[in-house]
Structures are given as structure tokens and as C-alpha cells.
Design a protein around this ligand. Structure first.
Ligand SMILES: Cc1ncc(COP(=O)(O)O)c(C=O)c1O
Length: 467
């Protein structure tokens, strides 16, 4: 058999596929129960490289198993670290279909079904954020970083017509994700053109300072390209006051962009929707489905209040791809940074249609409730200190026993020890110069008992750490 015939052998594909799904189903069962480690941390990247350089590839089945076990178990109920979803099986299956079908989403001819499905998914997002369905639009793109850049580029296109010749500034909370700086850098702005506004004690943007900075910039002859509002921030999951920001932006004729990569999904929760009140007044909004919507990476919605803003950013001629250059909704490469775009829409569509939007509502509400419950629990532990009231499913806290020495060092050691033990995965962050442990409750199987066990593990490691 030729190598090509072997690679496309139908019966082998069927068997290997069945084996892989069986393996993943067993993995899901084990991680839901909390069997085994969350992570087997290898301290030395070089040793890991050597292991894989010397890896004996015996079978596909074994290879898949080894890949699974040598990486983070994001489905594990004690994975409580970064904002990475534990993909729902239906969404992961749709992802596999997408990989296999491999229809670039740039031009309608290549992906008629996918293009129509993407439009339906985008319309669901527009409806959820409260945009007018007749005048809004958007696209899906590969990740929050690219989505924020797309929003910033749209803001710039608008700025050039509104405030031509004026030096542009981007204003954003000092707690915003670093991809806003990266976007500004990509657009050729210098560091001083990204103005970081202080936050208040709940780590949301200080509204008074924001308006003061805007007034100063306008007085100096410049103007504001956009105010980026966080919904929510990465470190503490804090939501900026979207109503106040919308008022300010309207007063000064400024583009309002909402980075809802993590917390934008709260619009799907009846209980927590109010935390995003006035989001529909933003000119552009991004929401990552691969964070709080149980979807595998990458899949991000970029939404525009006004349709035209979804078209003009990348409006360039590409005669080999498109026959005409007007506002057609269906040749998506005209509206995304990407040309060959992965068919990410079906991962979201499959979830929406197979389980209903209630799935996202239930998930977001459950995770946000749990973070509040955990904060209440920690608040009555005399040897723990909670850094903020949780607004989302992110919570920062630290082990702070009486008379301890350097708490930053103590909590650094605790986090490292937890990583090495591998029974829990949590991360850390720095707030006002202090190091805090940080959890993002992502797994739909994490419950209060896991969080209590985590607290006890932290305490145990903390007590055994001598100073
Ligand atoms: C608030 C926020 N915005 C943007 C991003 C970047 O998104 P992505 O990792 O999908 O590029 C993140 C990632 O953690 C985030 O938390």
C-alpha cells in the first residue's frame, strides 16, 4: 500500500476515530470524578523536550494517551487556574468536524453552510448583548487578542473620519489585558498613546480619572480613539461601570469598545446580566466562546453596533477572491483579519442548538454563584485574606496567618508546591504589589467540596513552610 493510500485508509480511520472517542470519554469520566492528577508538572522544559525527542511512537492510540497525560487536564474538577474552558463534548465533536471538513471561511463558495451558520451565531450574540438586530453585525475570529485588534482597527477607521489629524489615544484600565497594548503597538501607536487609568478598590476603572484624562487630552489638541471597557478584567474578574463609560463616550463622541473576552458571556445569564447593563451602547464588543461558553479554543465574536463598522475596516480590493466590493455579508474574509478562517461557528452553533442557550445561562450562573460562595467561605477563615468581592468566577486571595513573615514569598512557595503536587491547579497574580493566589472556576464539576479541600491543602502547605 502506498503511503498516501495508507494515510487515507477508510477502515483504519473509522477504528482510530472510535478508539479516540472511547479514550476521551474515559478521560472525561475520570476528570469529572477527580481521579488522578490535574497536572504532572515537569519543571524542566529541556527534559520534556528530550523526552519527546526520544519518544518511541508505537501506536496512535498510545500517542493520544501520552499527549493527554503530559498536558493540563482542563476537564478536571480541580483545574481552577486559567480562563480556559473545559469543552463540552458536542462542541469538541463539532471542532473535529471543522478540522476534517477544512473549508476556509474566507469566501462563500468554500463554505456556504458555514457562512450562513456563522451569521446565525453572530446574530445570537447581537441579540444577547441587546443590539438592534437590523442595524448590528459582526464576525467570528480566532481569539480575543485578534478580536480586540479588530475592534481597535474599526475604532481607528471611525476616528479618522471624526477627528482627522488629531493625535489619537486609547484609554483603558490599568487592569486591562495586555493584548490592548499589543493591538495599539500593531497599529503603530507609541506607549504614551495608551493611557492606563487607575482602578478603584474593586479593581474597576476609576470613572472620575477617566474623564479627567479625556479632558486633558482634548485640551492638548489630541483626541481619544477609543475607551476600552473591561467586562471583566483578567486578574480579578472585575467589571468596569459600562453605564458611566457609555455616558462619557457619548458626551465626547468617542468610540466605546468592550473587552468581554471572559465576562461578556454574563449576558446569557438572567441572574448576572445586570453586571453588563448598558453594554449595548458600546460601538464594539468582543466575547470569547472559548472562555465562558464551554467551547474549545479558538472562537471569538466581534460585534458592531452599526453594520457599516463591520465592513469598512478591511475594505481593500482582492480581485482574485471577490467579484464586487460592496457590503455583502457572506464573503467573510472582507471583514476579518484572517483569510483562511477556521470554521469555528459550528462549535458554538452545535452547543446553542443541541443544548439550547440555557446551557450557557446555567453554566455562567453556576460558576459565578460558586465564586461568591467560596469568597464567603474564605472570609470566615481567619488565616486567609480575600483580595476583592468576586464579580465573576475569578477570585484572588492569599494565605495570611498571624505573625507570618513575607506573605508574597509564602504564597509563591505555596503555589509552586501545589503545582508540583498536581492535585489542584491554581495560578497567581500581583495586586498593588502583593502576590495573591488566583482561581478561575472553569470546570462545571468543581463544587464547594473541591474548594474546601483546596483551602485545606493551601493551609497544610503553608504551615509546613518554615520561615
Ligand atoms: C480580558 C481578556 N481579554 C483578552 C484576552 C485574550 O484572549 P485570547 O487568549 O482569546 O487571545 C484575555 C485572555 O485571557 C482576557 O482575559
Amino acid at each position: 500500500m502506498s503511503k498516501l493510500d495508507e494515510a487515507y485508509d477508510i477502515e483504519k480511520f473509522r477504528d482510530q476515530g472510535h478508539q479516540l472517542i472511547d479514550q476521551l470519554a474515559d478521560h472525561l469520566a475520570a476528570t469529572q470524578k477527580g481521579d488522578d492528577k490535574v497536572v504532572r508538572y515537569k519543571e524542566s522544559p529541556d527534559a520534556e523536550l528530550t523526552r519527546w525527542q526520544n519518544y518511541k511512537f508505537e501506536s496512535l492510540d498510545l500517542f493520544f494517551k501520552d499527549v493527554l497525560s503530559s498536558n493540563m487536564q482542563v476537564h478536571h474538577r480541580r483545574y481552577i487556574g486559567h480562563q480556559v474552558s473545559a469543552p463540552a463534548p458536542v462542541s469538541a465533536l463539532a471542532g473535529l468536524l471543522s478540522e476534517f471538513a477544512n473549508c476556509g471561511m474566507g469566501v462563500y463558495e468554500m463554505s456556504a453552510g458555514g457562512t450562513a451558520i456563522e451569521r446565525i451565531v453572530v446574530q445570537e450574540f447581537c441579540k444577547a448583548v441587546g443590539y438592534d438586530m437590523d442595524s448590528s453585525d459582526g464576525v467570528l475570529t480566532s481569539g480575543g487578542t485578534l478580536a480586540n485588534l479588530t475592534g481597535l482597527l474599526a475604532a481607528r477607521a471611525d476616528y479618522l473620519t471624526k477627528h482627522p489629524g488629531k493625535r489619537p489615544y486609547i484609554l483603558v484600565s490599568e487592569q486591562a489585558h495586555f493584548c490592548v497594548d499589543r493591538g495599539a503597538m500593531t497599529m503603530g501607536l507609541s506607549n504614551d498613546q495608551v493611557v492606563k487609568i487607575d482602578t478603584t478598590e474593586d479593581y474597576s476603572i476609576d470613572i472620575v480619572q477617566l474623564e479627567n484624562h479625556i479632558n486633558e487630552i482634548i485640551k492638548s489638541g489630541g483626541h481619544v480613539l477609543t475607551v476600552v471597557a473591561c467586562a471583566c478584567t483578567t486578574s480579578t474578574g472585575s467589571y468596569d461601570d459600562l453605564e458611566a463609560i457609555a455616558d462619557i463616550c457619548e458626551r465626547h463622541n468617542i468610540w466605546m469598545h468592550v473587552d468581554g473576552a471572559h465576562g461578556g458571556a454574563a449576558v446569557f445569564s438572567k441572574k448576572y446580566r445586570s453586571i453588563c447593563a448598558h453594554i449595548e451602547r458600546a460601538d464594539s464588543i468582543i466575547i470569547d466562546a472559548h472562555k465562558m461558553m464551554l467551547t474549545p479554543a479558538l472562537a471569538t465574536a466581534v460585534l458592531f453596533k452599526k453594520k457599516k463598522n463591520s465592513y469598512r475596516t478591511f475594505a481593500i480590493e482582492a480581485d482574485y477572491l471577490f467579484e464586487k466590493n460592496d457590503e455583502e455579508w457572506y464573503n467573510l474574509a472582507k471583514r476579518t483579519y484572517e483569510t483562511t478562517k477556521y470554521m469555528m461557528c459550528i462549535k458554538i452553533y452545535a452547543l446553542f442548538k443541541h443544548h439550547g442557550l440555557e446551557l450557557i445561562e446555567e453554566y455562567v450562573t453556576r460558576q459565578y454563584d460558586l465564586a461568591r460562595g467560596y469568597a464567603d467561605y474564605l472570609n470566615v477563615q481567619s488565616d486567609f485574606e480575600v483580595a476583592h468581592k468576586p464579580m465573576s468566577n475569578i477570585l484572588c486571595f492569599r494565605y495570611a496567618p498571624q505573625k507570618s513573615g513575607d506573605l508574597n514569598e509564602l504564597n509563591t512557595i505555596i503555589r509552586k508546591q501545589l503545582l508540583e503536587n498536581g492535585d489542584f491547579y491554581i495560578v497567581q497574580t500581583v495586586l498593588n504589589g502583593n502576590l495573591y493566589l488566583r482561581v478561575t472556576i472553569m470546570s462545571p464539576y468543581t463544587d464547594m467540596s473541591d474548594l474546601i479541600d483546596l483551602t485545606e491543602e493551601i493551609r497544610k502547605v503553608g504551615i509546613s513552610t518554615s520561615f
